[in-house]
Design a binder for this molecule. Sequence first.
Ligand code: IVH
Length: 665
Amino acid sequence: MNNSVSEKIEYLRKKINHHNHKYYVLSESEISDYDYDMLIKELLELEKLHPELITKDSPTQRVGSDLTKNINQIKHKTPMLSLSNTYSEEELRAFDQRVKGGLETEEEIEYVVELKIDGVSASIHYKNGVLYQAATRGDGNVGEEITQNIRTINSIPLSVNEAKPFEVRGEVFMPIEEFKKMNRERETNGDKIFANPRNSTAGTLKLLDPHEVAKRPLDIFTYYILSDKLDIKSQMEGLEYLKRLGFKTNPEYQLCKNIEEVISYCRNWENERDNLPYEIDGVVIKVNFIKQQQQLGSIAKSPRWATSFKFKAKQVITKLKKVTWQIGRTGAVTPVAELEPVLLSGSTISRATLHNYDEIQRKDIREGDFVKLEKGGDVIPKIVSVDLTQRLVDSIVLPIPKECPSCKQELIKSESEVALYCVNVNCPAQIKGKLNHFASRTAMDIEGLGEAIVNLFVDKGYLKSFVDIYNLPEYEEELKSLEGFGAKSIDNLFASINKSKEQPFHKVLFALGIRYVGAGVARKLATAFKTINNIRTATIESLEAVDEIGPSISNSIIQYFANIENVKLVDELKEKGLKFEEEISESNNQNLLGLSFVLTGSLEKLTRDEAKEKIILAGGKFVTSLSKKTNYLVAGENAGSKLEKAKKLGVKIISENDLNELLNN
Ligand code: IVH
């Protein structure tokens, strides 16, 4: 009986693998989704009844049942090199010359050209026909293990018809449309959206839970097979063999007889890239024959036998409708280009920052101009230049704004800075900016007091200063009758306003929005001076005696407290019950006094910030880079290269649990 069950299981696995390959690798399908699901269901049921027959490469095991964590560092057997870059035809021809010069004879050279997929590279190992390990590139020598996550990618075969050990390398990516769909869903669910498919791929591969990874639209193009047991003579043969084994390779690769053919391939794809369903950032050019590759060898971190041709950043031309001026919470006034909406690398752009007036002058940007927009690898587009041929005859040089667009007060331009400032402390735009910062998650963390509500409350006159937030309950009835606000939401808001009074001193200090006093500086100041009074009365010298505090910060603090309004504000907030002293509660023992800690990877129970907070409260030092002097490296899941470094330096490596013990003992 068992025999026939195992035969049935084997039959189902073969059938499912066949359909998987058709669907995920060849983009074809022979059966309906329903029939496919039924096959999976049948297999799952049989495996449930006979768990002893479950194998690692069963198609039901893509998302393994065990949550084996990927924390291992993997040393690559063959280093994962990077590529030198070329940006022009001349540079490609120079590469061709170098290749020819590097080979002993006047042999013919063929190149294989492939699209350079904009994703994340991975190395995947097979032994006895089964996928057993996968890793990220890491620093090229040591990567992080991502076996479980790689197994979730449906186009990767879990088992292959090749018993000899080999390694496959490829680029993991997210198809653009599926990336967008995922982002839309994330937005609906209130999750953070990703900037682009590459970032999203990198983030996904680092996730700890393969179930979560399986929900993300990852795919892979493999481009390299390595093995000293397989007799592969050329890159072309390698790609063909990968396909034969069931791997997905990019269909656009091509064999070129000379560099001119390479150049025309590059030119063609530079124009066609937007028509692909995935993002590419160039072309990879490889010498075809492995023997020649070996002869050429590599320099430093990149091979002499390959290079990449990088595309120019994508550019579009659009009309600059208007320049508006935005006021930040510090009073800095920044020009923003309001553009005729235009599609660039998959997103619609309607605004771009112009940084400052000097930039407008330098590029001679005028309203009504047609401007060239560029988007590099990042999300933020910039205006590169103006198309002067399309400039209107009556266009005028943009004047420097004289007054604040929000409060109409005269703007100031300091000698040392390029920015313009509005110095009116009652400027509504600045007030909004300051209040938004004050209420934000990293400062007072007042849930329910988001940007739209702050702005509305300022416009309605309920909020002018931080203190007003704590007076809001006086307007309970009025607020509850505002359109769009229910009694419940106002009650919740009041509760979180009350709760914000428990925020520790350093967060309150940060929330005040003193120029140059970011979250880290605020923490340093709070630790060193303990109370707001000590900071208020500190001298430049005593401020600068604190680690990492220099003249700009110290001057800014002195200036802040020289203003009587600010001193009054602090007193009023103190009266409302906000914390202006560092608390040493009973639970805050000083167990870690004098000890320094570095954290790598992610912890299970604490976020990075929480761990940092605990370490500091217990008297320890939280540092970001390792040295011989570091006492402990706390290693979480997916620990980075720091783990290896700590081993080399002889720094003690501890787990999250060990840290907790140190904290509590
Ligand atoms: S070959 C030495 N082929 O580009 C060979 N790389 O800087 C190096 N990439 O890390 C890799 N598509 O992440 C190769 N068809 C392709 C590629 C490709 C994308 C990435 C890969 C690599 C980087 C090179």
